[in-house]
Design a protein around this ligand. Structure first.
Ligand SMILES: [Ca+2]
Ligand SMILES: [Ca+2]
Length: 99
């Protein structure tokens, strides 16, 4: 059984693909902040999926799942500002960083 991304958003709706190898901590942070589409100050799974889509992840839905598993310290299903640092650290570990 493989993991498949079901709802494929057309690339043009996700914005330009970013050069992931050049992202700094601040850029990563601003990408995640911009991905807070409904501006409620927290990142839902859907918003995380968008963020990882922008970062060029092969399977954004899977990344969003992993990130929530690692960064959602209070287990409310979303990443808030306090958890954002952990999210960025995790994104770094995945290779979304300056090399
Ligand atoms: Ca949000
Ligand atoms: Ca949380």
């Amino acid at each position: 059984m493989g993991f498949q991304a079901r709802d494929k958003t057309p690339r043009e709706l996700q914005g330009p693909k970013l050069p992931v190898s050049r992202l700094t901590d601040e850029q990563l942070r601003s990408i995640f902040m911009e991905s807070d589409i409904n501006k409620d100050g927290v990142l839902s799974k859907k918003e995380l999926k968008q963020a990882f889509g922008r970062l060029g992840a092969l399977i954004p839905a899977f990344r969003a799942y992993c990130v929530l598993h690692h960064a959602d310290a209070n287990h409310d299903g979303v990443v808030d500002k306090d958890e954002l640092d952990e999210l960025i650290k995790y994104a770094y570990r995945l290779g979304y960083k300056v090399t």
